[in-house]
Design a protein around this ligand. Structure first.
Ligand code: KG4
Ligand code: ZN
Length: 336
């Protein structure tokens, strides 16, 4: 069974085909970074317009790369939310229309479930149950995952998401959008003499808050001479604080649930320092850790095709209504 997956929730147009037994067949992606770069962030209307331009050619490309005909596709999965409304609607309308034309089911996929299950695309996937840390531009979530579709929220960010905190700090330091990777690069030349707070680690619970760290970083920046070395030192201290905070909370989540497997996914999980601190913590806890390959940490079509395939195997699909939900808490997944 082949499923086509479409991702258009933000600034990447991505398409992939997944097979129930053979796994990922083909995938492609167009990143809009160059389009939004000069504005310092994603401009929603420009994102939607570019998805309109790129989506059909990318669908044609994965079909031709895979050597498959439309008649061989059993379902079309698309990101229905959360994300930018206009951007989501491009994917939703295209997926539904194609599904109708090809007379196959369409599957509305939650973007964060895509990130959550992205490590399943690897050769050595994690087995259930596990704790998942999802760190993206819009979300910071700790989830207990018992099986596909069986998710319990353990903790989340009360304010900024991890990626948002990286992006805002990067902007403060004068770095280009998207800030996360640029900040990580700058941090390499930073000296480790500054110590930033590890928010909400001194009290029980699994929620996160990054707005205080953001203010602390702003004050450190304003109180410095703002030289290139100062900026690198601040980037380094910020990244260390993020990595250690995430690691402390993940350790707590493993201890609280008694689970011995951690999965980290979402754009920020591409960060080398965060990966390394999580790996060290898991080694000490005698727990196993799994990440998607870096290109599947950030937005991609493969994770959407995978979730669609799993849902279709479980007999789940939706009617012809074009379903897009910009705000969609992951614990409401069963309400699709
Ligand atoms: O998952 P994703 O591609 O999109 C959303 O669903 O939001 O995540 C994008 C976020 C951005 O905030 C970006 O700056 C961050 O992931 N990011 C990183 C790195 N690569 C991407 N943050 C820190 N270090 C990185 N290497
Ligand atoms: Zn994402």
């Amino acid at each position: 069974m082949y499923v086509l997956g479409i991702e258009t929730s933000c600034d990447e147009t991505a398409v992939a085909i997944d097979h129930a037994d053979r796994g990922l067949i083909s995938h492609t992606l167009f990143s809009q970074i160059a389009i939004h770069n000069e504005y310092g962030g994603v401009v929603p209307e420009l994102a939607s317009r570019d998805h309109v331009r790129k989506l059909i050619p990318l669908i044609k490309q994965v079909l031709s790369d895979s050597g498959l005909n439309p008649e061989e596709i059993s379902g079309i999965a698309y990101t229905a939310g959360p994300g930018l409304m206009g951007a989501l609607l491009v994917g939703a309308a295209t997926a539904r229309s194609l599904a109708w034309a090809w007379n196959i089911p369409a599957i509305a996929v939650h973007h964060m479930e895509g990130h959550l299950l992205a490590p399943m695309l690897e050769d050595n996937p994690p087995s259930f149950p596990f704790v998942a840390l999802l760190i993206s531009g819009g979300h910071t979530l700790l989830i207990e995952v018992t099986g596909i579709g069986d998710y319990q929220l353990l903790g989340e960010s009360l304010d900024d998401a991890a990626g948002e905190a990286f992006d805002k700090t990067a902007k403060l330091l004068g770095l280009d959008y998207p800030g996360g990777p640029a900040l990580a690069e700058l941090a390499k030349t930073g000296q480790p003499h500054l110590k930033f707070p590890r928010p909400m680690t001194d009290r029980p619970g699994l929620d996160f808050s990054f707005s205080g760290l953001k203010t602390f970083t702003l004050n450190a920046f304003n109180n410095s001479r703002q030289t290139e070395q100062d900026k690198a030192d601040i980037a380094h201290a910020f990244q260390q604080a993020m990595a250690e905070t995430l690691s402390i909370k993940c350790k707590r989540a493993l201890q609280q649930t008694g689970l011995k497997t951690l999965v980290a996914a979402g754009g920020v999980s591409a960060n080398r320092e965060i990966r390394s601190q999580l790996e060290q913590m898991c080694a000490k806890q005698q727990a196993e850790i799994y990440f998607p390959r870096p290109e599947f940490c950030t937005d991609n079509g493969a994770m959407i095709a995978y979730v669609g395939c799993q849902r279709l195997l479980a007999g789940q699909s939706q009617d012809l209504t074009i379903f897009a939900r910009p705000r969609w808490p992951i614990d409401e997944l069963l309400g699709v």
